[in-house]
Design a protein around this ligand. Structure first.
Ligand code: SAM
Length: 209
């Protein structure tokens, strides 16, 4: 993704009450931060936050945590949240490569929405469904492993099916055209809205282990 550096973005993002600046301190005890035992769903690469914010509004009995590595992207989410009060939403500005230091045996679902495809072989380990990342996710889940992916990128979609299958996941739901198959209660992301408006198919897959 091409990124414009926004002056003052880091300071503005870090000042938001939704941001957790010391996430490692909550490793294994995120429920204490939320003050309840509700399930925890995370989105890795939340971008400007449309998907996770809308989820937090629609599902108050689920705790949502968004992860994003760029402040210049997060600033849009933070500005959107200024008008909202969502006790079930937190945001962590971080690179997901360090995710095992932040969560332990407490996550119910991981969302990977329109993740960067990293098409070059030499970058395979950066793909969020590479074996490298699937290994990292192992220690995060509370009980069952549950990953939901949406993408416009057919190659990434096929790659994820292969890597997840090789890693012991089974496919619970799948669609090669989400908007034709009408999977219920779909909440679109910013990228999804853009791609759908151009008529591109949206690939959807739900993995469980
Ligand atoms: C293509 S955008 C999709 C944004 C949003 N999920 C959507 O569907 O509209 C991918 C986002 O993932 C973020 N991202 C990619 N790799 C990441 C990583 N390792 N850790 C945290 N964020 C990451 C990027 O900065 C970018 O904002």
């Amino acid at each position: 993704m091409r990124l414009r550096n926004i002056k003052g973005a880091k300071e503005k993002v870090l000042a938001s009450p939704y941001i957790v600046q010391n996430p490692k301190e909550y490793c294994g005890k995120w429920n204490k931060l939320f003050c309840n035992e509700n399930p925890i769903h995370i989105e890795i690469g939340m971008g400007k936050g449309h998907f996770i914010i809308e989820n937090a509004i629609q599902y108050p009995n689920i705790n949502f945590i968004g992860i994003e590595k760029y402040y210049s992207v997060l600033i849009k989410a933070v500005e959107h949240l200024e008008t909202l009060e969502l006790p079930n939403l937190k945001i962590i500005p971080m690179d997901a490569k360090d995710i095992t230091e932040v969560f332990h045996s407490e996550i119910d679902t991981i969302y990977l929405n329109f993740s960067d495809p990293w098409p070059k072989n030499k970058h395979e380990k950066r793909r969020l469904t590479s074996e490298t990342f699937l290994k990292r996710y192992d220690s995060l889940f509370k009980e069952k492993h549950h990953i939901i992916q949406k993408t416009d990128n057919r190659k990434l979609f096929e790659y994820s099916i292969i890597t997840c299958n090789n890693y012991g996941y089974h496919i619970d739901k799948i669609s090669c055209n989400l908007y034709e198959d009408e999977i219920l209660n779909n909440i679109p992301t910013e990228y999804e809205i853009k791609f759908v408006s151009k008529g591109y198919p949206i690939y959807f897959v739900e993995f469980k282990k």
